[in-house]
Design a protein around this ligand. Structure first.
Ligand code: ADP
Ligand code: CIR
Length: 351
């Protein structure tokens, strides 16, 4: 086995959750463990070791990783989601339980709204550990299933290796497609055989989209211009239900939907707005304080690990596990409401 494996020195210079919780003692305890699909501790932490600026730094290879490496994952999960070992996960996908009247009818602040969930297929290794054959099969099966979608969800599948470079770039720039060559995903094994078996399905308005075989096997996305969060969530729920009629997703009573990154466990939902906050963004300490208070995360406008442009930010729910889908979207809504209120106060002061 790996008994000669040494504690990675790189972690001593990192502030990731892996660096925080993988003590030398825990490393010794876990270093020879391996899952049924051959996923090792080295595989779990490689992204955090190679990218010392990681926030988390760990990925799972399969559902079993969360059991085999539980002494590490449980701590990361508790830190990120505030979810303890004996807590119960819950679900509620009823859009009528959302209390979310449009916060910005005259479009002064919110540019666009997006809600996505991650899903992986039951009893198949996650993208980090999957074989080329199984990855290809997922692409075939899912794109076939999507052919039967009608009405607002009707669309076309575009395999990545069949889209011109120019089209790929403009889809990425316009926030519809995943970016390429992410180094965090690269060292987690998620970019193997790129771009084969990766692709995007979307309807003609690009309000319903589905990514195949990126960080998770499926990313189901609903998005549109403006701030009608309930409309976006309603469309997403419709799409999830349609897919669930045909596909079984990997799910655990305790951890909810199983995803390759522990931050996405549970509902696997990220509800976000792109929002202009030019005044608040000159006061980053206060901005972050409000975000923490309301459990929302601040990202740049080209996704995770990107920067803001022109005072526009991506604000999304942080917690996804131990809270229902409706509560996650409500977290984002409440946070955005507080940010808009403060932005208005600062704007009035500056006039
Ligand atoms: P994910 O949301 O799937 O975890 P990213 O943070 O990388 O991953 O975001 C994926 C893409 O979605 C990026 O191009 C990002 O700009 C875009 N995006 C996220 N939220 C919104 C939004 N509210 N409006 C428009 N685009 C968005
Ligand atoms: C990190 O640790 O910073 C990256 N591995 C990303 C972590 C969370 N984001 C994600 O899963 N998209």
């Amino acid at each position: 086995m790996n008994s000669n494996l040494k504690y990675p020195k790189a972690l001593e210079n990192s502030n990731s959750l892996v660096a925080k919780y993988l003590t030398k003692e825990l490393f010794e305890e876990l270093k020879d463990r391996v899952t049924i699909n051959g996923f090792t501790l080295q595989n779990v932490i490689n992204s955090g070791v190679q990218n010392i600026d990681s926030g988390i730094g760990a990925y799972a290879g399969d559902k079993e990783s969360y059991e085999v490496f539980a002494p590490l994952f449980d701590k990361i999960i508790e830190d990120y989601h505030g979810f303890k070992k004996d807590d119960k996960h819950k679900t509620n996908m009823n859009p009528n339980d959302l209390n979310a009247p449009n916060l910005d009818i005259d479009s002064q602040f919110i540019i666009s709204t997006r809600v996505r969930v991650a899903r992986n297929i039951k009893d198949i290794p996650l993208g980090t550990a999957i074989s080329k054959e199984l990855r290809d099969k997922i692409e075939q099966d899912i794109s076939q299933t999507l052919l039967s979608f009608d009405g607002e969800l009707q669309g076309k599948y575009y395999p990545l290796n069949n889209i011109t470079l120019d089209d790929r770039e403009s889809l990425i720039k316009d926030h519809f497609l995943f970016k390429e060559g992410d180094r965090f995903l690269q060292s987690a094994g998620l970019n193997r055989d790129w771009p084969n078996a990766r692709g995007i399905f979307h309807n003609s308005d690009k309000t319903f989209l589905l990514w195949i075989n990126e960080e998770d096997q499926l990313r189901i996305i609903s998005m549109q211009q403006g701030g009608d969060i309930k409309e976006v969530f309603t469309r997403l729920v419709l799409a999830i239900k349609k897919l669930q009629e045909k596909i079984k997703f990997e799910y655990d009573k305790h951890l909810g939907y199983i995803t390759s990154c522990p931050t996405n466990l549970g509902t696997a939902i990220r509800a976000s707005v792109h929002i202009k906050l030019p005044n608040l963004s000159t006061k980053m300490d206060e901005f972050k304080e409000i975000a923490d208070k309301y459990s929302v995360q601040i990202r740049g406008i080209h996704g995770e690990h990107s920067d803001s442009e022109g005072g526009v930010y991506d604000i999304s729910n942080k917690r996804r596990l131990g809270v229902s889908e409706v509560e996650c979207v409500q977290d984002m809504y409440n946070g955005v409401q507080a940010l808009i209120k403060r932005e208005k106060e600062l704007r009035n002061k500056n006039y």
